[in-house]
Design a protein around this ligand. Structure first.
Ligand code: HEC
Length: 126
């Protein structure tokens, strides 16, 4: 994990950051095994994540309780505590308090499959 972080940090400093960053993001989307962004978009709407978050592409998602998920695919950390990595994002959207016990984001009880679709969608935001 530490080396992935260093890679990510390094990319932002390098001249060709856009290109390298882009392919890293593509890699992340494809690493959400079985995750379909379009399915994720519908699940996000159904669970009303937009009550708390601004989420591009989701109708009515203008919440300001949590951070905007705009450009989430390029965010380095999840909740500021763990690296933005597919397996951790899947777990975060299912049960954020299992990662950050004091977080304001509730355990929303998504199934594993639902969480994978949601993560795949979030990685398209960049
Ligand atoms: C009751 C409000 C609430 C709901 C509903 C909610 N969240 Fe959150 N979410 C938060 C808060 C507050 C944070 C900030 C947590 C922290 O930093 O500890 C957060 C953080 C996040 C993060 C990390 C953002 C970052 O920049 O680090 C993601 C991703 C996320 N939420 C996705 C979702 C998804 C997907 C859903 C729906 C399945 C959802 N949230 C529903 C309140 C909510």
């Amino acid at each position: 994990m530490a080396s992935l972080l260093m890679m990510l940090a390094g990319c932002n400093d390098s001249g060709s950051s856009q290109e390298v960053g882009q392919s890293l993001d593509d890699l992340k989307v494809s690493r959400v095994v079985g995750g379909e962004p379009e399915m994720g978009r519908r699940i996000i709407a159904a669970y009303e994540c937009g009550v708390c978050h601004v989420i591009p592409g989701i109708q009515g998602a203008h919440g300001i309780v949590g951070p905007p998920l705009t450009d989430f695919g390029r965010r380095q950390f999840i909740g500021g505590v763990v690296p933005n990595e597919p397996s951790l994002l899947v777990r975060w959207v299912q049960d954020a308090p299992s990662i950050a016990p004091h977080t304001g984001m509730p355990d929303l009880g998504l199934s594993n499959d639902e969480a994978r679709h949601v993560a795949a969608y979030l990685y398209t935001l960049r």
